[in-house]
Design a binder for this molecule. Sequence first.
Ligand code: F6P
Length: 543
Amino acid sequence: MSTLTQLPAWQALQTHYHAEGQHLRLADLFAQDAQRGQTMCAQGAGLYLDYSKNRVNAKTLALLLELAEQAGITQKRDAMFAGDKINVTESRAVLHTALRAPQDTVVMVDGKNVVPEVHEVLDRMAAFAGQIRSGQWLGYTGKPIRTIVNIGIGGSDLGPVMAYEGLKFYSQRDLTVRFVSNVDGTDLVEKVRDLDPAETLFIVSSKTFTTQETMTNARSARAWTLEALQDEAAIARHFVAVSTNAEQVRSFGIDTAHMFGFWDWVGGRYSMDSAIGLSLMIAVGPDHYRELLAGFHDMDEHFRTAPLAQNLPVLLGLLGVWYNNFFGAQTVAILPYEQYLAYFSAYLQQLDMESNGKHVTLSGEQVDYQTGPVIWGQPGTNGQHAFYQLIHQGTKLIPCDFIAFVRPLNPLAPHHDLLMANVFAQTEALAFGKSLDQVLAGGVDPDVAPHRVFEGNRPTNTLLADQLTPRILGALIALYEHKVFVQGAIWNINSFDQWGVELGKVLASQIVPELQAEDEPDLHHDSSTNTLIRRYRAGRKAE
Ligand code: F6P
């Protein structure tokens, strides 16, 4: 048995689950406590969390909080903020929190305060963003830049694209930002097909500057630019880089004077508020970008200082553990009722699944409990007309996070009231359902009635904020970063490496020459892979 499952709080939770927890019904819990909706809430960094519609009672919450204590959440959290090398498999500190630390903060890594460097890069980014936004930065032919194309993948794409869409309301509308990530040539071709190379700036964003997809897209973008502008000197006006790897940037042909750096203590999926956010900063401007950072920092401070029982990331993390490890729930749906957050669940997919999709503990032992869930979702109300049926009446337990805002950015009456009515209606319907008696009382044909029953008792969290501002978006992202941290800390896994993506990368690089070889290559894969490769080669030859 692992150390986690031997913890007294874990064992007590197991007993509590079997005796009581699995039988808890939201309808009863609300009937027993008229104040439940007022008391089971917490606030921090501008976010209000209603967690009353969860299958928990006072005992469940007390035991979950004990679990947090016994799993050493506070010590682990403090170690992260202090710059300890908690990413043990890569021997790295984990300091995305330093990216949004105010200028006078001191965060030491290997005997050096890293905060001044963070602000130095931010200032350089702000100066560059200002030049692009004002039209002062001219392309090779003397035209100002109108479109910025960020080339990156994973953490070097998902954060910027999510936040660019998320904060579009605040963006300078005569500039457009596009994002190219996929090695599928269609991505680049479609994104540049209507662009003028003389007015386009590429930001090549890659922590390592070795990622196959990004480097391939960057080379093709370079060729597209040169084909039009016919001079190597044009590259300096149309390409900048964001990376930790100055040597690779130089060898790609980008002057390091046009490189914006970050550090190995920033994980890819935690990097959107480093220089990786350059495209976003150009779009929304340095002031809004700094507001975004302030929101991240608000949540960092909340996570660092709020008591565990009122700590938003801790509560979300513990409730997730309750469903994941005791109820056996496999997935979590993220449902923002805000069109600007269309990419939020895709962003959280990488954040959560690359962080906590792990099968061994920090010391390398196989876990004997479930780790990270499958994260998915879409903005409401669209999802209601697609997959909510299964959440309401299917056989799977799918805890959901609803995210909504009191004041719309685009106040087009009556849209926002309708949107919000749907938020409240969905969480109510999921929690309380509709019994057979209620259905029959409505005069429904008894043969059809079972189909119209909603069992209810489907758990939800509701996160409510005043309005989608840069500051609130920062707080929301940091909330989920820290939720992921809390869960990883409980599961005693390394949330900050990603070895699981390596094998496929290695095999792909071996297969590329096999696809491109003139003569029939000697294939040594399994019979399925060999046959597929041969079939592909034959198809390409026949072209
Ligand atoms: O393949 C996974 C990954 O390493 C992610 O963790 C990372 O965000 C992404 O690739 C991109 O990496 P890079 O920024 O180094 O190009």
